[in-house]
Design a protein around this ligand. Structure first.
Ligand SMILES: Nc1ncnc2c1ncn2[C@@H]1O[C@H](COP(=O)(O)OP(=O)(O)OP(=O)(O)O)[C@@H](O)[C@H]1O
Ligand SMILES: [Mg+2]
Length: 535
């Protein structure tokens, strides 16, 4: 199965590069061997030299690609284990359930011991990483919830796959809710406000514009589908406190937050929207820190093509912006996908740390992908990258990591180290035990049902207007409502205070960035002009 060693560089025989490994106490590197963590770096495996992910450059994002069964998930596990050991919390979507094994001690199987020896990992010892399981459907992990207000009309429109006109109507519903102080916490609230807006279409027309009844019908039908998909468990309270993803265990290791995503896989819209919401929320919450010795949090988005497939260009632009902006908040984002072409160029250009497992190239399109993948690497004169991509064995990859001041290392054919946790899924009993022992157990398990739009509107009766409406409680948490909302302009929150939407924050941040760029361009032009004159 796994090839026994990395392909030697031209002119060298593999045998001339023996891996010297000497016995050493568990977990300690031998004189010539490597431990999982070394000098602020995560040990990844061995090429003609040891390969590392430099923690201080881990916020420069990354990409793991390769055909099915080539070792992507195990590589993700290897990197996540290393980060956790370094005290860096990790968030990873577990699409097929097989990443959950990271939470259990692996078995020292022969092929793993052999691999450990080949890569010079002395004192290889199986161990479990501290894990917290999360589940949008609230069944196989702690429930992850957001309020409808927090999600906002734009992301919801995407989730519901609305067209422009329908999106306009949804936007009206949000504005009415805001103006009439109706907190939208769950999907029942959303349904209630949409019904109310439909009933009052005539009255609302002058202030908010046309609310076509055909659009209302479509939105209601889409909402029903979303509910049937189980998304109603995602909307409500208690909403997720995003800082719960940034936890370290008492022994200093970072928690690995595993998002149970097997069901999500069939609902790519829900998956993509949730991940965007989460990243944006983090970006909104965390302070600017610049470059740090190690990241605050690292994300792994497995099956990343789900994020990009059919995504409208506005959303792609936002993904690209978020990726750029979260870097200075100390967040690293790693996409894991089969085909490197799954990731749009603008995003791909920001992914500095790269691991390419084997690709197949039967069709012209596949051949194109291989060529494109090969061209993204800093060339190694000793390697024919394009050919090697086709030859790589399971658990072997082309690796190019950022080094020194952030330049990509020369690509090397690398044997990835074996994971310390289990390879493959955990059992239901193991999962239940881990959930019960988790530091957030009990915090999200019970839903809260504070008064919100549904109850207030029910009291008003059919077609009820804002007159005589009860005072609504403020919805909890920082609103992310109109985070893409430069499109819609500022709105007010249920408390009547202007919403500090991420949209506006983005706007300001981008303005600042733009101002800085403009200033340096102007400086450049002036300098050039002055130089020209002095010549
Ligand atoms: N670094 C490694 N050390 C030892 N064995 C490995 C390593 N990487 C992969 N393997 C072996 O290869 C198998 C498949 O790897 P993995 O599940 O990571 O593939 P994948 O690329 O994620 O596949 P898929 O696209 O189907 O999800 C593992 O179950 C394991 O047996
Ligand atoms: Mg996999």
């Amino acid at each position: 199965m796994a090839k026994s060693r990395a392909e030697p560089a031209k002119g060298q025989s593999a045998k001339s590069q023996p891996v010297k490994s000497q016995p050493s106490p568990a977990g300690q590197p031998g004189p010539s061997g490597k431990s999982v963590l070394q000098d602020g770096k995560v040990f990844l495996g061995k090429s003609v030299k040891p390969e590392y992910l430099d923690l201080s450059l881990a916020n420069r994002h990354g990409l793991v690609t390769g055909a099915t069964g080539t070792g992507k998930t195990v590589t993700l596990q290897v990197v996540a284990e290393g980060l956790s050991k370094a005290g860096v919390p990790v968030f990873a979507a577990d699409i097929k359930g097989d990443l959950s094994g990271i939470s259990e001690v692996g078995e020292p199987k022969d092929f793993l011991l052999k691999r450990a020896k080949e890569v010079g990992l002395d004192g290889y010892k199986n161990s479990a990483s501290p894990c917290i399981f999360w589940d949008l459907f609230g069944t196989s992990g702690h429930p992850v919830r957001a309020t409808v207000d927090d999600m906002g009309p734009l992301l919801l429109s995407r989730m519901l796959e609305l067209n422009e006109v329908q999106e306009g109507v949804l936007n009206v519903a949000f504005r009415v809710a805001t103006d009439e102080k109706l907190p939208l916490r769950n999907l029942a609230d959303l349904r209630a406000i949409i019904n109310n807006v439909a009933e009052r279409a005539k009255e609302l027309q002058t202030k908010y514009g046309n609310v076509a009844s055909s659009s209302i019908g479509s939105i209601q039908r889409r909402l029903l589908v979303l509910e049937q998909q189980g998304a109603d468990s995602f909307f409500g309270e208690p909403a997720l406190e995003i800082m719960d993803f940034i936890r370290t265990a008492p022994d200093g290791r970072g928690y690995v937050n595993v998002l149970v995503a097997d069901k999500l896989m069939e609902k790519p819209r829900l998956y993509a929207t949730f991940l965007m919401w989460m990243l944006t929320k983090l970006w909104q919450t965390l302070p600017e820190v610049g470059d740090q010795p190690k990241p605050k949090l690292v994300f792994f988005f497995d099956e990343a093509h789900l994020l990009f497939d059919d995504a409208p260009s506005a959303l792609l632009e936002r993904i690209q912006q978020i990726a750029r902006l979260v870097r200075s908040k100390g967040i690293g984002v790693y996409f894991v996908t089969q085909n490197p072409l799954d990731v749009p160029n603008t995003v791909s250009a920001q992914l500095g740390n790269r691991i390419q497992h084997a690709l197949r190239a039967y069709t012209p399109q596949e051949q194109k992908a291989v060529k494109a993948a090969a061209e993204t690497f800093r060339p190694n004169p000793q390697l024919n990258t394009e050919r090697v991509i086709l030859e790589l064995q399971v658990g072997e990859a082309l690796v190019s990591m950022l080094e020194n001041k952030g330049e990509p290392s020369i690509v090397e054919r690398t044997l990835i180290r074996p994971p310390e946790g289990r390879i493959g899924p955990i059992t239901d009993a193991e999962r239940r035990a881990l959930i019960a022992a988790s530091p957030v157990y009990g915090k999200y398990e019970q839903t809260k049902n504070a008064e919100s739009a549904e109850e207030i509107l029910a009291r008003r009766g059919p077609g009820g207007t804002a007159d005589g409406a009860a005072d609504a409680k403020a919805s909890s948490g920082g609103s992310i409502g109109d985070w893409l909302g430069t499109v819609f302009g500022p709105t007010k929150g249920p408390t009547g205070r202007p919403r500090q939407g991420v949209g506006q924050m983005f706007g300001r941040e981008l303005q600042r960035t733009f101002a800085r760029t403009a200033a340096s361009v102007i400086r450049g032009v002036i300098t050039k002009a002055l130089k020209g004159r002095s010549r």
